[in-house]
Design a protein around this ligand. Structure first.
Ligand code: GLN
Length: 483
């Protein structure tokens, strides 16, 4: 049961071979047995989960079941879920029980999916290794000396370790794709505006986007069908007709044009990762695709641009955590100012403080034009490069991350080295484009390697098609770590 895809579990539930309660019990047992070591979940609440599972079984008995009814899903702890502790990986929200559901959570509930628990993450989604979490680092299930990637590291590790059949993530600069790559699973960040950000704790609002993480592209399509959709409560939500993201899964790849950006294969890319990516591209060619070289000349500026814009937005978004309305408040203080200062000094970790300081600096009078405005202009150039590339190709392929999982602690003292892990993922966020990662091999230490696909706006169904066809021809995505 634990190795089954969502698609298979869904068929089993429909056929009456198992109940939602049995399924939830099975995964709760797995979590009990292994979470102590992997630390993928911050909150597990047996009673809440089983109540949702019973409701799913009732829905089915009443003939109201859909494809996700009774499927347990691990939810990143960035999504507010009514009655659940929702920490965002921070001491600042360590006592915050959400009084409402994020739209994504509400949509899963409506579909009858079961909330299996809240997954560990970098504090406020700031990080690439899950080491900035107030709740301790997550261990990579393939090797517990290694990071799982971040910030959705708990979700990625939970799926890889078979503690959950699927999970949610959010991706501001790579946080779905990079941990998916480092843990050997599949994940997609849709076009900006496809999934509502309502109730999803904000990091950098112009970049944040939710998406599914699962074993297969087919499962991701199923989850995305539930997660996506217009929401009047999010002003950046796109008002478009709903679509079936699984509609193109079976389309043959003949005629597919794959763009290979020269910049994604330059210095900094680990040899073994490069080799696996090129082998995956060869496999896609065998399935009928052709390749063309494309140029993303400004992609090299993506990291500096992102580390101006994302902190700027974060400094503003995180101003709300002041000890007054909700969350942590310093126990001792002399007056209001002192309460703000002590609360924020004690409630935020080092990386979050670093971002708030950078963001406040680049937005301050005198520096705004030199940094923030400049970064916005380059952001546009990066989007323009993609627009040029998509004139000659349907989808871009390259590595998700320059390396496989690295040792816990290896980059914690060097933020710039940490930031460089998102070299290939950040450009898609800056342009608002959909991107995904899928397993395409292992390095000699047995650590997974992820292939990244980036598509034009609203090309999710096509990307999932490419990934699904690749997964029909290969079995990297079905390999699993021994726990
Ligand atoms: N690693 C990047 C950062 O630290 C991206 C994180 C994310 O996508 N949430 O900001």
């Amino acid at each position: 049961m634990i190795d089954a895809t969502v698609k298979t579990l869904s068929a089993g539930l429909s056929a009456g071979k198992l109940s939602a309660v049995e399924l939830a019990e099975e995964f709760l047992r797995r979590i009990d047995a292994h979470n102590g070591r992997i630390n993928a979940f911050i909150t597990v609440d047996r009673d809440l989960t089983l109540a949702e599972a019973r409701r799913a079984d009732d829905l089915r008995a009443a003939g109201k079941a859909g494809p996700l009814t009774g499927i347990p899903i691990a939810q990143k702890d960035i999504f507010c879920a009514d009655g659940w502790l929702t920490t965002c990986g921070s001491k600042m929200l360590s006592n915050f029980v959400a009084p409402y559901d994020a739209t994504v959570i509400a949509k899963f509930k409506q579909a009858g999916a079961v909330n299996l628990g809240k997954t560990n993450m970098d504090e406020f989604a700031m990080g690439s290794s899950n080491e900035t979490s107030f709740y301790g680092s997550v261990k990579n299930p393939w090797n517990d000396q290694m990071v799982p990637g971040g910030s959705s590291g708990g979700s990625a590790a939970a799926v890889a370790a078979r503690l959950a059949p699927a999970a949610t993530g959010t991706d501001t600069g790579g946080s779905i794709r990079q941990p998916a790559a480092l843990c050997g699973i599949t994940g997609i960040k849709p076009t900006y505006g496809i999934c509502s950000r309502y109730g999803m704790i904000a990091f950098a609002s112009s970049l944040d986007q939710a998406g599914p993480m699962a074993k297969t592209a087919e499962d991701c399509a199923l989850l995305l069908n539930t997660m996506a959709g217009f929401d009047p409560r999010d002003s950046t939500s796109l008002e478009r007709p709903s679509e079936d993201y699984a509609r193109d899964l079976d389309r043959p790849l003949s005629g597919l044009r794959i763009g290979l950006p020269r910049e994604f294969f330059a210095a900094g890319l680990e040899q073994e990762v490069a080799a696996a990516i090129l082998a995956a591209v060869e496999e896609l060619k065998k399935l009928g695709a052709t390749t063309v070289e494309v140029t993303l000349a400004n992609a090299k500026l993506a990291i500096p641009v992102y580390y101006v814009l994302a902190p700027a937005e974060a400094s503003s978004n995180l101003a709300r955590f002041d000890g007054v309305r909700y969350g942590y408040r310093a126990p001792e203080y002399t007056d209001l100012d002192d309460m703000y200062c002590k609360t924020r000094a004690q409630g935020f970790g080092a990386e979050v403080k670093r971002r708030i300081l950078i963001g406040t600096y680049v937005l301050s009078a005198g520096y705004y034009d030199a940094y923030y405005l400049q970064a916005q202009k380059i952001r546009r150039l990066i989007a323009d490069d993609f627009a040029q590339a998509f004139k000659v190709c349907d989808v871009i392929a390259g590595p998700t991350a320059p390396n496989t999982a690295f040792k816990l602690g290896a980059k914690t003292d060097d933020p710039v080295q940490m930031y460089l892990n998102d070299l290939y993922t950040i450009p898609a966020n800056l342009a608002g484009l959909p991107g995904m990662s899928l397993p395409c091999g292992f390095d000699r230490r047995g650590l997974p390697i992820g292939l990244q696909l980036v598509g034009d706006y609203f090309a999710e169904a096509r990307m999932l098609n490419v990934a699904h066809q690749y997964q029909l021809a290969t079995d990297w995505h079905m390999r699993k770590p021994t726990l």
